[in-house]
Every structure is written in structure tokens, then in C-alpha cells.
Design a protein. Structure first.
Length: 115
């Protein structure tokens, strides 16, 4: 399984971006898929999480602004980012977790929010 994240770029504060993460195989069986960004040290913090039964979970800092979704037909996970703030500037990584694949990371995509 490979994950390919894209969609990052430069946007002004208050702007929007949509990040797709395309998988090389079917994502319908992946129990968890999510978007993460770096935190202190070498850790990554959860931004948004999608479960394969339709559940979602968000970091408090992005609630009401970001929306995570899956398109199983396109094998793609999305992160819709609205009302972006300078503090959202960082690299965003997608992740998939399933019993058969374990935990798989995609490469990051850079989001920069600046006027």
C-alpha cells in the first residue's frame, strides 16, 4: 500500500485548501485513515480522523474549520481546510491503519498560510 498526499500550497489567511491522499489500493477496509501534522519533538499530532464506519474526530484547533472525508470509489481521503490561519502552516501527512496493512504513512504536503 502506498499513499500519495498532494494539494498543499500557499494561501492567504481565511483561505481554503483541499488535500487529497490517494491510496494505491482499496481504502474501504482500512479501519482508520487520518491527517496528522508535526508536534513537539519527532511526534505527529492528529488533525482529523476517519473511521470506516463513518465516524470522524478532530483536533480542537481545527473543529468547525476542517472536514475529513473518504471517497471509496476513488480510493482517496480528503481534508477540506477552510478559514485557514497562519498557525495552520506546516507539513500535513496522511495515514492509513488496517489489520492487514498495519500503519502506513504518505509523504507530507506543505501548507503555508501567509499574507
Amino acid at each position: 500500500v502506498q499513499l500519495q498526499a498532494s494539494g498543499g500550497g500557499l494561501v492567504q489567511p481565511g483561505g481554503s485548501l483541499r488535500l487529497p491522499c490517494e491510496a494505491s489500493g482499496s481504502i474501504s477496509s482500512y479501519r482508520l485513515m487520518g491527517w496528522y501534522r508535526p508536534s513537539s519533538g519527532n511526534e505527529r499530532e492528529l488533525v482529523a480522523l476517519s473511521t470506516n464506519d463513518g465516524g470522524t474526530n478532530y483536533a480542537d484547533s481545527v473543529k468547525g474549520r476542517f472536514t475529513i472525508s473518504r471517497d471509496n470509489a476513488k480510493n482517496t481521503l480528503y481534508l477540506e481546510m477552510n478559514n485557514l490561519k497562519p498557525e495552520d502552516t506546516t507539513v500535513y501527512y496522511c495515514n492509513a491503519f488496517g489489520s492487514q496493512i498495519g500503519s502506513v504513512w504518505g509523504q507530507g504536503t506543505q501548507v503555508t498560510v501567509s499574507s
